[in-house]
Design a protein around this ligand. Structure first.
Ligand SMILES: [Mn+2]
Length: 316
């Protein structure tokens, strides 16, 4: 059984290792990445991710100028520090070897085989990291502050689920690391930073065709690239369901997004685009609220079929 240690003990135990790897869960979020970054700044070592990182974390990593190691070979490090992870599935079941753990989820099935751990139900892992480093007398660079505040903001749903501790720690970090709160919000904003991407989003909106079905809005558009982000943008600015097409050689690629209310009404984009893929010599699929299709055919005809299928569901 792993040893349940105090923040102080965890800190001194970790200093005994020469080359730790800070491992983030699958589709790593800013809480995992921000925590890994702050610890690496103090203890040295490496940041690892089991596969991908989420979109906001990609922005955060670019800002921090950090490239994590994908699918790292853990055996090359003398200890793995598993962060923000509560199940083995979240790290794709990889063999952990010698590891310790810091996590804030209410249940955690990785404690038993760890060497030592901190498992405290808080609203984010970043809060635990801040407290541990602060109590050990560390100061926080601007980058560490931004990384940890980004973790707290995203894990508390922009403070909707924040505890008083999360608020206090955020305030302390803003002060100690001289972080402007607005700077973190800008970093986390869904507005793309890349200028060609921003232009693509604006063109998507300009070219949008709007179909109203009762109080529902279905939007379609086309753009030469970034069509996934473009479909998300149309939903962000008011569509209930959006389809954005791009031409890919002789094929048409469609990205789609739907709001929760449309999904509850029965829109299941993954299944729908899977069916359309089969009908149009292509492939499609995904989730209820986000799916894609690549198929043969005319862009306008395929978009019209998407709209018709959704209209039938929304009219019921
Ligand atoms: Mn978390």
């Amino acid at each position: 059984m792993g040893k349940d240690v105090s923040y102080d003990e965890f800190y001194s135990l970790l200093t005994e290792f020469r080359d730790p790897i800070f491992l983030c869960h699958r589709n790593a979020d800013p809480d995992a990445i921000g925590s890994a970054y702050a610890l690496r700044e103090v203890f040295g070592g490496t940041i690892g991710v089991v596969d991908s990182v989420d979109r906001i974390s990609t922005t955060l990593l670019n800002y921090l100028e950090v490239k994590p190691i994908h699918r790292p070979d853990l055996s090359r490090h003398d200890i793995t520090v598993v962060l923000d992870t509560s199940t083995h599935a979240q790290i794709d079941g990889i063999e952990l070897g010698r590891y310790c753990l810091i996590d804030h989820h209410t249940t955690n099935n990785l404690l038993e085989n760890s060497e030592f751990y901190i498992h405290k139900p808080t609203s984010s892992t970043a809060e635990i990291i801040y407290t541990m480093l602060h109590d050990a007398g560390h100061s926080f660079s601007l980058e560490m502050g931004i990384a940890l505040v980004a973790g707290i903001i995203t894990d508390t749903g922009h403070f909707k689920h924040a505890t008083p501790d999360a608020m206090r720690i955020t305030a302390d970090l803003l002060e100690e690391a001289r972080v402007q709160y607005g700077e973190v919000l800008d970093l986390l904003s869904s507005t793309p930073h890349d200028v060609s991407m921003r232009i693509a989003m604006m063109k998507t909106a300009m070219r949008a065709q709007i179909v109203r079905v009762g109080d529902w809005i279905i939007a379609t558009s086309h753009v030469s690239s970034f069509n996934g982000a473009a479909a998300a943008t149309l939903v962000n600015i008011g569509a209930d369901v959006a389809f954005v097409a791009s031409a890919v050689g002789e094929n048409v690629r469609i990205s789609s997004r739907a709001r929760r209310a449309a999904i509850e009404k029965g829109v299941a984009l993954g299944r729908m685009l899977d069916e359309m893929g089969k009908r149009h010599n292509g492939t499609g699929g995904g989730h209820d609220g986000a799916a894609g299709l690549e198929a043969k055919g005319k862009q306008d005809e395929i978009l019209s079929e998407c709209v018709e299928r959704v209209r039938q569901i929304l009219e019921e």
